[in-house]
Design a protein around this ligand. Structure first.
Ligand code: ZN
Length: 83
């Protein structure tokens, strides 16, 4: 299932198609909205610890969800849907 998330980052409205799980598997905290900002922090050269702190992700289980995610949506969209 593809989720479309609308969010604001640096006062800009953004739209995102993702397949990252919406909630942490272990504790249930919402983590999907933090994935793209996390990547943007890393692109700016900031450390992942600082990105987690800014995004409010404190537990190890939630950090695992973001670090371990492999974004395959673009690869999966190449294949036709089964009817
Ligand atoms: Zn968690």
């Amino acid at each position: 299932m593809i989720f479309v998330i609308k969010y604001f980052f640096n006062n800009k409205k953004r739209r995102l198609k993702i397949i990252i799980p919406i909630r942490c598997f272990s504790c249930g905290k919402l983590i999907a909205h933090a994935y793209k900002p996390y990547l943007e922090y890393l692109e700016r050269g900031e450390s992942s610890e600082k990105a987690y702190e800014e995004l409010g992700i404190k537990r190890f289980c939630c950090k695992r969800m973001i670090v371990a995610h492999v974004d395959l949506i673009d690869d999966l969209l190449k294949f036709p849907r089964l009817q």
